[in-house]
Ligand binder design. Structure first.
Ligand SMILES: Cc1ncc(COP(=O)(O)O)c(C=O)c1O
Length: 365
């Protein structure tokens, strides 16, 4: 009997799922310092926790919730875009809430790609962009991010015959894993490029509220008319220290938001009402704590930078996101072997760079 769909073989080796299992097996040994995943270690402020508790105490708050997300929640996300980016969003047509952006990122490919389409995926990148495309029967094609270009893709050097088959272009700034940032000029170029080549550009903005040294991360939707060709993912996971809460959003082009909502309506139901209420508090409440939290991250960044410099390791000082993209300073060992050895001998867990590179093909087959 054939019980397993072939497409699931594409998903067999999810790095963090395997790592979780491996770390569980190390539970009896010395504690492991986890620097491998961008899961904030600080809690959200008490006002958000209080909103969760108060709402959970209401006996009427335990049933199913609107799949598209409560209007007040969509309005709160619209408020964030107005406040941070001076972007006006229609909460009815241009916003859909998600159970974490990972879910939406994966489902987006099912919503917009046909079998055989190409999705341009940065290399390195967060792995779900490519996995979603593969699962939809489409082909993720690597768009190299090079250090000498500030880890921005060279859009103008993409071959025309590849663009003929391309439906999607993924972008993510501040970037995981390089921590590179993008300017409004770059986003203008990306929007022009998407218009010229009739493709959808997706900006994954998971880290726009984690920035340092007075840098402000723009939204692609700040570009006039961007909604015609772009959507953006955003999440409270990193911005508000709420990674476990699974609360995120997709905003922008109404047609795409509608089809993503249709996929989602069949795959999941709305978030737990207390989480919704706490998210509304997180989005509408006092935001001053974010600057303090970012100052904490900046101090940690500076400490690491000092140590890496002393060791002679090369890196770009991050202006956003949570990561150092480090070049191994010596040859003869792969990043996988290095991180394995570090875990076994020093009980420090890092992610090898190859995790961010291996799920795309270098060119169209
Ligand atoms: C670039 C990027 N996008 C999306 C996500 C997923 O975030 P969420 O917790 O909203 O699913 C992550 C998580 O690490 C990420 O690094």
């Amino acid at each position: 009997m054939k019980t397993i769909a072939t497409r699931t073989t594409l998903l067999a080796d999810h790095f963090y799922a395997s790592l979780d299992a491996r770390l569980q097996g190390m539970n009896d040994g010395p504690p492991v310092i986890r620097l491998d995943v961008g899961s904030p270690d600080l809690p959200p402020p008490t006002s958000i926790l209080q909103a969760l508790n108060d709402s959970a105490a209401n006996p009427n708050h335990h049933g199913y919730q609107p799949i598209k997300g409560e209007l007040a929640l969509r309005q709160a996300w619209a408020g964030l875009y107005k406040r941070l980016h001076d972007v006006t969003l229609n909460p009815d047509t241009e916003i859909v809430t998600l159970l974490g952006s990972k879910e939406g990122i994966f489902h987006l490919s099912l919503a917009v790609l046909e079998a055989g389409d190409v999705a341009l995926v940065p290399d390195p990148a967060y792995m779900t962009y490519a996995r979603g495309a593969q699962f939809a029967g489409a082909q993720p094609v690597a768009l190299p991010l090079r250090c000498e270009n500030g880890y921005l893709p060279e859009l103008d050097s993409i071959p025309a015959e590849l663009l003929d088959h391309t439906r999607l272009l993924w972008l993510n700034y501040p970037n995981n894993p390089t921590s590179a940032v993008a300017s409004l000029d770059f986003y203008q170029h990306a929007v022009d490029f998407a218009r010229k080549n009739s493709l959808l550009v997706i900006a994954d903005s998971a880290y726009t509220q984690i920035t340092f040294d007075s840098f402000r991360a723009p939204s692609i939707l700040e570009i006039p008319g961007a909604q015609e060709v772009a959507i953006e993912f955003n999440t409270l996971s990193k911005s508000h220290n709420m990674a476990g809460w699974r609360m995120a959003v997709a905003v922008g082009n109404p047609q795409v938001i509608k089809s993503l909502g249709a996929v989602q309506a069949n795959a999941s139901s709305g978030a737990f009402k207390p989480v919704v209420d706490a998210a509304i508090t997180a989005l509408n409440g006092d935001q001053a704590w974010l600057a303090e939290r970012n100052a904490t991250y900046a101090a940690r960044r500076d400490l690491l930078a000092k140590r890496f410099t002393a060791l002679g390791w090369e890196f770009d000082l991050p202006r956003g996101a949570l990561y150092f993209w480090l070049r191994l300073p010596f040859g003869g060992i792969t990043s996988v072997d290095f991180t394995n050895r570090l875990l076994e001998t020093a009980h420090v867990s890092l992610t090898p760079g190859t995790v961010f590179t291996r799920s795309t093909s270098a060119s169209r087959r």
